[in-house]
Design a protein around this ligand. Structure first.
Ligand SMILES: NC(=O)c1ccc[n+]([C@@H]2O[C@H](COP(=O)([O-])OP(=O)(O)OC[C@H]3O[C@@H](n4cnc5c(N)ncnc54)[C@H](O)[C@@H]3O)[C@@H](O)[C@H]2O)c1
Length: 263
């Protein structure tokens, strides 16, 4: 029986590259998104790499739709959910007070409530699949609050916290919960985004870089599993920032983040 992976926000960017990586590795892939044209292309590309799977419309903020898509997928996959990837997300950059309140609320709905929906509704299927894994897309902006990305960064702190908590809670159910911390990735999300930190740090990662690290994290060797690694910074810059923030005093971490933001 093939292993299965359910991916939200799979029509483009990191979700799409991840879907194709798992398809190449022989997983039964479920790709879900609002963007149905993008999903059609993904479906053809999964077949082109010799993979199997299914795609479908999903708004992660819609509880009914999430519930239906998960149930359909698990039935099609042979009653198993090996990997759940909560990837769909939105980013709005700029001065906090200049971004419309409705936009802040929309981003929280997708980045926070969408992840809550995915976690809560996938739980019974993850629990009944031995050795299952959840991967949440957090971000390097979950290391320290980011100027000009205040709300986005705060949503990723939510993802970080829920990952840490469920990594402990769900270990008893044989479900491994981890998250990815990429710095800026060259996808539709960062197109046209220009902040102090994009200028000082650049947008260096590709969607493929994150997809490769996601597969490596799922297949983590016993050393990493024994050490119970929860957070996976992606790229040299995020790894350096994550390590530095663990050892530097609060005032220095703030100063470094202020300088990087050109504030
Ligand atoms: N791009 C970056 O710099 C970066 C860095 C760190 C973390 N991340 C995180 O990685 C994840 C993927 O980002 P990306 O760069 O591939 O973005 P992207 O914009 O390229 O793709 C996001 C996908 O999510 C889908 N989506 C948006 N709202 C949705 C909803 N309500 N329901 C279902 N699907 C929805 C979009 O249609 C799109 O296909 C996000 O959670 C993002 O926050 C991105």
């Amino acid at each position: 029986m093939k292993k299965s992976v359910f991916i939200t926000g799979a029509a483009t960017g990191i979700g799409r590259a991840t879907a194709l990586n798992f398809a190449r590795r022989g997983y039964f892939v479920g790709g879900y998104d609002l963007d149905e044209a993008g999903l059609k292309v993904l479906e053809a590309d999964i077949a082109a790499v010799g993979g199997t799977g299914t795609v479908g419309h999903l708004d992660v903020t819609d509880v009914e739709e999430m519930s239906t898509r998960l149930a359909e997928f698990v039935a099609a996959a042979g009653d198993r959910l090996d990997v759940m990837i909560n990837n769909a997300g939105l980013l709005t950059a700029g001065a906090f007070e200049e971004i419309p309140l409705a936009t802040h609320h929309r981003d929280i709905d997708v980045n926070v409530k969408g992840v809550v929906n995915g976690l809560h509704l996938a739980f019974p299927f993850l629990k009944s699949t031995p050795g299952s894994t959840v991967i949440n897309l957090a971000s390097a902006s979950a290391i320290y609050g980011q100027a000009e990305l205040a709300n986005y960064s705060a949503t990723k702190f939510y993802v970080r916290a829920v990952t840490e908590a469920l990594n402990i809670e769900w270990a008893g159910h044989d479900i491994r919960v981890i998250d990815m911390w990429p710095l800026y990735v060259n996808t539709a999300m960062t197109k046209g985004v220009s902040t102090g930190t994009t200028q000082s740090l650049g947008i260096r990662l590709t969607a493929q870089d994150i997809a490769d690290d996601i597969v490596a994290a799922v297949d983590a060797p016993w050393t990493r599993r024994t050490l119970r690694q929860v957070h996976f910074p992606v790229g040299a810059q995020a790894k350096t920032l994550a390590l530095a923030s663990r050892f530097s005093p609060g005032w220095l971490t703030r100063l470094v983040n202020k300088q990087l933001a050109h504030k």
